[in-house]
Design a protein around this ligand. Structure first.
Ligand code: SF4
Ligand code: SF4
Length: 283
């Protein structure tokens, strides 16, 4: 079973929910659970585990073209085939430039060149780390190289990494509705949307819900910081007949523990019950 945790915007507490749900599932439902951090630009799940131990790290590469100036005739066919403007050829100046960060590894330029001037080379775009966190199967995270706009290839590779077994996987998606989020949730069985009861929170939740409807996924909503804001989000859920999984109240201790990278269930008495409610609904 794959369960994605997503939110329309950052700062809703999505990561907190992902990490604490992982631990609650391990304790109350199934020890065979894996946490996967798909927020590859900012993989923060690991910060919550003081005992985290990286046991394996591997590079993620993608294939990009390298042009041999001795064989190239500067015909520009490869640049014309490239939909992503990743190749610049200026024949009078005999200038060749490939921009790896624009390349999508589509392979069109390799097909285009009739002079055998292009060869495939690997380009390092990020890393995947397997991390032991003492409970459950552990954490697998993707980490994109800073400054690269290639989230999706890292997420695709990350999702191919098999958990130790085929149990439950919690996927922590990036915030927003970008293609990296679509990639994360596209093959999930269920999506938990984390939202705040504020006008901004409602606006971004609606965008997320539209996306989930397009992807035809089963989903429910967790309202975080439930005692702040207004009631509009509840009216919206009722009108749209969307399942409210649980409401987690704001507590100053939560913000403090988040800042210190502590697990909420360890800090706030009775906090686990919100996650037990989610688990019972998931079951
Ligand atoms: S298609 Fe081949 S020969 Fe033509 S510009 Fe590109 S690399 Fe050079
Ligand atoms: S592999 Fe595709 S995206 Fe990359 S440079 Fe070649 S044509 Fe452009």
């Amino acid at each position: 079973m794959k369960i994605a945790i997503a939110s329309g915007k950052g700062g809703t507490g999505k990561t907190t929910v992902a990490v604490n749900l992982y631990l609650a599932i391990e304790k109350y439902w199934d020890k065979n659970v894996t946490l996967m951090d798909c927020d590859v630009e900012e993989p923060n799940d690991v910060l919550f585990f003081q005992d985290a131990l990286v046991k394996e790290e591997k590079q993620v590469t993608q294939i990009i073209p390298e042009i041999d100036p001795d064989k190239c005739t500067y015909c520009r066919k490869c640049a014309e085939y490239c939909e992503f403007n990743a190749i610049l050829i200026i024949p009078p100046a005999q200038y060749i430039k490939v921009s790896p960060d624009l390349c999508h590894s589509c392979g069109a330029c390799f097909v285009a060149c009739q002079y055998d001037a292009i060869k495939e080379i690997p380009f390092h775009i990020g890393n995947i780390r397997h991390i032991d966190i003492l409970k459950g199967n552990g954490l697998i995270e993707g980490r994109l190289k800073v400054g690269l706009p290639l989230q999706t290839p890292v997420i695709r590779k990350l999702k191919k990494e098999k958990a130790k077994t085929n149990g439950i996987t919690i996927l922590d998606a990036s915030p927003g509705t970008s293609c990296s989020v679509v990639n994360t949730i596209s093959d999930c069985d269920y999506v938990i949307l984390v939202a705040e009861p504020t006008p901004f929170g409602l606006h971004d939740l609606k965008l997320m819900v539209d996306l989930i409807y397009d992807l035809k996924k089963q989903f429910g909503v967790v309202i975080n910081k439930a005692n702040l804001g207004d009631n509009d989000i509840y009216k919206y859920l009722k009108t749209e007949n969307i399942e409210l999984l649980t409401e987690i109240p704001f507590d100053k201790k939560i913000a403090e523990s988040y800042a210190e990278g502590q697990l909420l269930s360890d800090v706030i008495e009775g906090y686990e019950r919100y996650y037990i409610t989610i688990i019972n609904k998931l079951k």
